[in-house]
Write a protein that binds this ligand. Structure first.
Ligand code: TXA
Ligand code: MG
Length: 353
């Protein structure tokens, strides 16, 4: 049964309306500094189940709980001492921490795990909403499961129209990729999902090493257990087939041209994703601009918008440059790799060099 979905600017009156919807067990989509979230009262099992329905999300993929004040923590989780320096350094902001969960959090939120993922967003609209309703709010990214996360209110409307009553329009999200998910509950801190807060930043704050989950840059192997259940699924993928190309700058550009030409000659609708610096040389290959190769934050900011636009234009095959793994580049390559189901070609080999 479809409902009317309102898309509203978050003025005071609208925030009160949004907060009332949450208190009554309904869903509200709201902007954060990373991507748009689809929120429900984290303490209300039935409300949380509605999130899974609206997104068509597998029940074994746990949600992140959003708070605006650290005072909310003791009622939902235990607080390991290592968490304090991380919260001091990065909250509010794009860092999600795993904590041992308390009874108040229903097991649907954590998909039966004994840890709960918590984050304090820095976006003013997210903060105002969380404060207004004074509830912990469970919120995954506000996309249909499997699609690229929404970084504009219009993306949320594309996926959620008729499924939720209200979307708060806070414009375009700054960071553009989701928060870093860090496990501090099982020994050496481990990044389960790279994001806006980089490994380098975490190691600095902790004054010690941080490890990376193995599945960040490759698919899960048969039988391998996903540390973060979300890593199991095909994700961020447009309907067309995405392939990444690696190698030296010059060879990657030549390989992209060759791949585009071969597909176009075979009658497929194809395009390339490349850095701003290569737009001109690839102008005959329907280039999509990934931002400057010297500015990975810009690539992160526009990544999901670019992936979504491929569907709007009905692309069947897409060939993309790869991004350096430094800093937020790791988060970008994690999303691109998954969008491409880790299909990665070496430019040299393709060119027969
Ligand atoms: O930036 C973000 O984190 C956005 C905004 C809305 O806050 N939210 C977001 O949520 O990306 P979602 O549900 O799309 O991704 C949550 C990720 C999934 O990969 C999930 O498996 C993992 O966090 N996760 C949640 N709880 C977990 C837990 N207890 N243990 C391990 N992984 C967990
Ligand atoms: Mg998501």
């Amino acid at each position: 049964m479809l409902m009317k979905t309102e898309l509203l600017k978050p003025d005071k009156e609208t925030l009160v309306k949004a907060s009332n919807i949450l208190k009554q067990g309904g869903l509200v989509a709201f902007p954060t500094e990373t991507v748009y979230g689809l929120g429900a009262n984290a303490l209300d099992k039935d409300a949380v189940l509605e999130i899974f329905k609206a997104k068509n999300r597998p029940a074994d993929n746990p949600l992140i709980v959003h708070i605006w004040s650290r005072d909310q923590l003791p009622s939902i989780c235990e607080i390991p001492p290592e968490a304090c320096s991380l919260m001091d350094a990065f909250w509010p902001g794009p860092l999600t921490l795993l904590f041992p969960k308390k009874e108040s959090i229903p097991s649907v939120v954590t998909a039966g795990l004994d840890t709960v993922a918590v984050r304090m967003p820095s976006h003013p609209v997210a903060q105002q909403l969380l404060k207004e309703c004074s509830l912990p709010v469970a919120a995954p990214s506000a996309n249909t499961s499997g699609r690229p996360s929404p970084t504009e209110a219009s993306h949320v409307l594309e996926d959620m129209n008729g499924r939720i009553p209200l979307i708060l329009d806070g414009g375009s999200c700054d960071v553009g990729v989701e928060s870093t998910v860090l496990d501090i509950c099982h020994g050496l801190p481990c990044i389960l999902r790279p994001g806006g807060i980089t490994r380098e930043m975490l190691e600095n704050a902790l004054n010690g090493p941080v490890s990376l989950a193995a599945s960040i840059l490759r698919p899960l192997q048969p039988g391998e257990k996903a540390l973060s259940p979300g890593m199991r699924y095909r994700h961020y993928a447009p309907r067309g087939t995405v392939t990444l190309v690696e190698g030296s700058e010059q060879n990657v550009v030549a390989a992209l041209k060759k791949l585009y030409l071969a597909d176009t000659t075979a009658g497929k609708k194809s395009c390339v994703m490349c850095f701003t610096e290569h737009l001109d040389i690839l102008r005959d290959c329907r280039p999509r601009d990934l931002g400057s190769c010297h500015d990975p934050a810009q690539t992160a900011h526009r990544l999901f918008n670019t992936l979504r636009s491929l569907d709007d234009d009905g692309m069947e095959t897409v060939y993309s440059e790869s991004v350096s793994l430094e800093g937020i580049g790791l988060a970008v390559m994690n999303r691109l790799g998954r969008a491409a189901s880790f299909r990665i070609l070496e430019a040299d080999r393709l060119l027969g060099i």
